[in-house]
Each structure stands twice: as C-alpha cells, then as structure tokens.
Write a protein that binds this ligand. Structure first.
Ligand code: NAP
Length: 324
C-alpha cells in the first residue's frame, strides 16, 4: 500500500466534518473518497464542496463501500461506540471524534473490535498531534522547567442553549465534561499520567447535564486544576509549571500556534503554526499508521484513550452525570 493515497470516508456532515474535510484536502497522501449523511441532499452538497467522488444517504452504505480505507466518525457522542464498531466490523479503519465514548465499557468494546478485526482505530485527539503541543511535551521531558508539578488549564465558552443544540442535549451526551472537559484532562494525563485522586464538582443544567465542571487531579508530587464550561469563558491559555520555570501554551491552547518558556527573568517565545486548522496532523498520523500496518497510534494509543476514559468516568460518577 506504500505510495498509495489513503481513501477516506466521512460520516455525520455537521460542523466538525466541514473543518476536517478542509484540512483533508491539504494532504497529498489522502483522498476524500466518500461522505455519508442521513440526508442525501446534504451529502451531495458536501461531496461537491470538498470534491468527494461518492455521496451516500446512510452511514451503512459508506461502510459497505469496498474502496474506503478509513472512516472518520463525526457524529454526536452517544453514537461513537456503535458506529465505530460497525465500521470496524465492515472492514474499515476508524478515526472517531472525541470523546471516545460515553462510558468506559463502550470504549473497551471499541478497542476490542479494533484488535479482533485487526483494523486501525484512534480517538480523534487532534491536540496530541499539534506541533506546539508535541514540542512542549518534549521540552518538559528534557527538564527545561525542572520537575513539572502543576497544571492550570481549562476549556470554556458561552454556548447557545437553543432547541436542537447538541451541546446542551442530554440524549446526545451533551454537557461540558464530555464535550470539552476532556481537553484539560488530556493535558494533565499526557504530562502527569493517571492521577492518584480526583476531586470534581459541577454546576448543572435543569436536564441534569453539567454546564460547568471543576476538577482537581492529585498526583504524588503534582496537582492539576482544571475547568470546563459551556456557560462562562476564559482566556484558554494553559500553564504547565515546574521547579525551575513554567511553560504557557498560546490561546487557545488545545490548538496552540506556539508557546513561551519562562525561566526566572528569561522568556523564550516559540512559534509553531499548525497545518490548516490543525486537523491535518492527526490525519497524517492515521495515514502513517495504516501504511505501517499499525492498529493504533504510538502517540495516542488505545491504552491512552482507555486511561482518559477511566478518568472521565470517575468524574462522571463524582458529579452524578447519567446519560441513560
Ligand atoms: N476535534 C474538534 O475540534 C471538535 C470540534 C467540534 C466537535 N467535535 C466532536 O465532533 C462530534 C460532532 O460534533 P459537531 O459539533 O460537528 O456536531 P454537529 O454539528 O451537530 O454534527 C454532528 C452530525 O452528526 C450527524 N448525526 C448523527 N446522529 C445525529 C443525531 N442524533 N443528532 C444530530 N446529529 C446527528 C449529523 O450528520 P448528518 O445529518 O449528515 O447525518 C450531524 O450533522 C462530537 O463528538 C464533538 O465532540 C470535535
């Protein structure tokens, strides 16, 4: 398969599918072959806009297309598990949007399917592949801020609570934790690993989903103070501090175009723009893994997704979030 273009299919043609398709077109080694929507007019329009050869009126029809190598699942949270498993069982590699699933059990089922059918599967944690984030992780590892011992990070914006909004819809896995809380949790996990203890509190919507969640992750020698909100806003910088200095990721940190390192009086500024909107990097990773016959990424592995899902599950339990 070397030197061949990887043929992509996209299902669920909403907001993120458009962003993703824009970046996919930037990558020479990738081809957007097929798209699927529950509405054929939407699929036709999307296919025309992004030059996809095929448009389907059902996700299953795209799964059955023998020419599609990998399916990007861009549907709401509640459908990630079933659709990923169906796609894998149909012989497709899968890149599934975050959060991987609404329960740890479902995340396990998805990964079991990948292993059983020997198909690549990755949760679309695009931030892991952003050049600034990659470089910051390497610098922390090199000891540039001494021993890292503190993270302050959040993801917060004022969402529009109108009829049909996915973000506020309990049936589709809405709320701040699953939609955006996973980002600061990801940062803490990727730097410090699995916490020893978690303390979480939330503010709730009348339907029971969390509008705002604050979390403390306690480690042997470190702490992370994290927040997510769909009813308040922040500057969305992320701070990682250590015994000899600190790093600040530019806002919005989850797609940072650079960062600064502060050591005493000295500030060093680094600029690392993303390719396109930032999704290109995870797309390149999927292509590489598929070409190398890997069923998981080394940078955002199955175990990484399971660990993060377990952390989220603990917070979900603490704040009493019940989707079903
Ligand atoms: N990585 C990122 O930066 C990022 C950013 C935003 C969102 N996301 C993730 O991407 C996923 C989709 O988010 P989005 O903002 O693109 O959502 P969205 O605009 O609502 O689009 C989701 C699409 O999923 C399909 N769908 C299938 N079942 C549905 C249902 N029951 N209700 C509504 N739509 C349904 C629809 O496509 P059809 O009508 O075409 O079938 C819809 O357009 C979520 O998991 C979210 O967390 C990631």
């Amino acid at each position: 398969m070397k030197n061949q273009k990887i043929k992509w299919g996209i299902i669920g043609l909403g907001n993120i599918a458009h962003q993703f398709a824009t970046d996919l077109l930037l990558i020479e080694e990738a081809e957007l072959l097929a798209v699927a929507s529950r509405d054929i007019l939407k699929a036709d329009e999307f296919a025309t806009k992004y030059n996809a050869a095929k448009a389907y009126d059902s996700y299953e029809a795209l799964f059955a297309d023998q020419e599609v190598d990998i399916v990007y699942i861009a549907t709401p949270h509640d459908s990630h598990a079933e659709l990923s498993i169906k796609a894998i069982e149909s012989g497709k590699h899968v890149l599934c949007e975050k959060p991987i699933a609404l329960s740890y059990k479902d995340a396990e089922r998805m990964i079991e399917a990948s292993k059983k059918h020997n198909k690549f599967f990755m949760e679309a944690f695009w931030t892991r592949f952003i050049p600034a984030v990659q470089e910051v992780l390497a610098k922390i590892e090199s000891g540039i801020i001494g021993e890292a011992n503190y993270i302050k990070a959040d993801f917060a914006f004022i969402g529009n609570d109108v009829e049909g909004s996915r973000l506020f819809d309990k049936n589709r896995g809405g709320g701040s934790l699953f939609d955006i809380g996973v980002y600061p949790l990801f940062l803490s996990y990727i730097v410090f690993g699995i916490p020893k203890e978690i303390i979480a509190k939330a503010v709730y919507h009348k339907n029971g989903i969390d509008l705002q969640a604050s979390m403390i992750l306690q480690y042997e020698k470190a702490q992370s103070i994290l927040n997510s909100s769909i009813v308040s806003e922040s500057d969305m910088k992320a701070l990682i501090s250590g015994t000899q200095g600190r790093i600040e990721l530019n806002s919005p940190w989850f797609v940072a175009d650079g960062y600064s390192v502060f050591n005493g009086e000295q500030e060093s500024v680094y600029s690392l723009p993303t390719i396109g909107k930032g999704y290109a990097h995870e797309i390149l990773e999927c292509n590489d893994c598929i070409l190398n016959n890997q069923i998981e990424s080394k940078l955002w592995s199955h175990q990484n997704s399971l660990d993060l899902s377990k952390i989220v599950e603990e917070i979900k339990t603490q704040i009493g979030l019940n989707f079903f």
